[in-house]
Design a protein around this ligand. Structure first.
Ligand SMILES: Cc1ncc(COP(=O)(O)O)c(C=O)c1O
Length: 371
């Protein structure tokens, strides 16, 4: 084992934390004041709203987190829980959609996170990946044709609230109007908002275009977010909110738990619930707005500064993700970049400052000397 001592492992983590631009993780946090939690097995077994016989739980924190997102996403009359990640949120959404509808087809753009394709394979759900526009938003013409072709089948549709690679947003009202055009009534549609990153960005954007706003119960049947992305946590986790009626169809009473089995996982991370609660509520909504605004501004700054240095960079509206040509392997490893074919991206999170961005931009420009 390389990390023979605690000090060498800590040093490895510290160094990797200093050189990170590729994944949407807010690394700017410290939870050491909550270290007492590590002496307990905090497990939220069963439904968040039905205490089980196991008492070392954190349901009160979990319910508060759900309520925080129901306000943030304007999602009324919803149910929710703390998942193990954004992936679990997507997998749970597919299940809630499947049980609510009759033999549905799943539609998603080719820029959608791979967890959706995985869920379709795992649950034997027929799926139709549709084209994306070059900037990553779903191609509404392709979606319209696909919906029309399968108009006799119910529909689960994935609406990206910031795509994985380009940070693009799909429009929920546009998607719903396409269903109507194809003659698929609202009651035959389950619309899931995958807001792994953007679920914690878009609600804080001032004067965002109506078409992309997160209006929970008006448009969506479920929405999910990753807890370790924008909120910043030392353990992966996430949150899903869903319409109560969709979840009730899935739940089963379990005598062994003395609760209802409504969640995808069995044992669930109660530690994450406590920390996520502190992360979200430790600062005001106004502070979160400022933090997120700064990330968007700094991402714009990185994009401009790369273009000025002769490195073509692109960025979507309301996004903190900057895409550019894939650099060399040592550079990718040094800065832990995520790549797709011949491109890479940098995602600006609250732990990035202007000084570090300048260093990154100048090192990246040196990868592509002007001819
Ligand atoms: C749009 C989108 N959905 C889902 C996920 C999966 O989230 P997690 O890594 O928390 O499982 C990601 C991760 O990057 C993502 O970008």
């Amino acid at each position: 084992m390389d990390f023979a001592t605690r000090e060498t492992y800590r040093e490895h983590l510290r160094e990797r934390k200093e050189h990170h631009f590729g994944y949407p993780y807010n690394l700017s946090f410290s939870y050491s004041e909550h270290a007492y939690l590590l002496d307990y097995l905090i497990n939220n077994l069963g439904d968040p709203y039905r205490p089980s016989n196991y008492g070392q739980d954190s349901r009160e924190f979990e319910k508060s987190v759900v309520s925080y997102f129901s306000k943030l996403w304007l999602f009324e009359d919803c149910w929710g829980y703390i998942t193990s990640s954004g992936t679990e949120g997507n997998l749970a959404a597919l299940i809630y959609g499947k049980v609510s509808l009759d033999n549905p087809v799943v539609y998603y753009s080719k820029d959608t996170h791979y967890s959706i394709g995985k869920g379709c394979r795992a649950y034997s759900l027929e799926s139709v990946p549709v084209d994306s526009q070059p900037h990553g938003e779903i191609d509404y013409g392709s979606l319209q044709s696909a919906l029309y072709e399968h108009r006799n089948r119910d529909a689960i549709i994935i609406c990206n609230i910031s795509t994985t690679f380009r940070g693009a947003y799909d429009s929920a009202p546009k998607i719903l109007s396409l269903c109507e055009n194809a003659g698929i009534a609202r009651g035959r549609v389950f619309l899931h908002g995958d807001g792994a990153l953007g679920g914690m960005i878009m609600p804080f954007v001032e004067r965002a275009d109506e078409l992309y706003q997160v209006k929970g119960s008006e448009f969506f049947d479920s929405i999910s977010v990753s807890g370790h992305k924008m909120p910043g946590l030392p353990v992966p986790c996430g949150v899903i909110l869903a319409r109560k009626s969709c979840v009730e169809k899935f739940g089963r009473e379990i005598e062994y738990l003395n609760s209802t089995d409504t969640t995808l996982n069995g044992s669930r991370n109660g530690l994450a619930a406590v920390l996520l609660f502190h992360s979200l509520t430790g600062v005001s909504v106004h502070e979160w707005r400022k933090t997120i605004q700064t990330c968007l501004e700094l991402a714009g700054y990185l994009s401009r500064s790369l273009n000025e240095r002769g490195v073509r960079a692109t960025i979507n509206k309301y996004s903190n993700t900057v895409c550019f040509k894939k650099p060399t392997e040592p550079f990718i490893k040094k800065w832990q970049l995520a790549c797709l074919k011949d491109e890479a991206h940098a995602i600006i999170m609250p732990n990035h400052g202007r000084e570090q961005i300048d260093i990154f931009a100048s090192e990246l420009a040196a990868e592509f000397p002007r001819k």
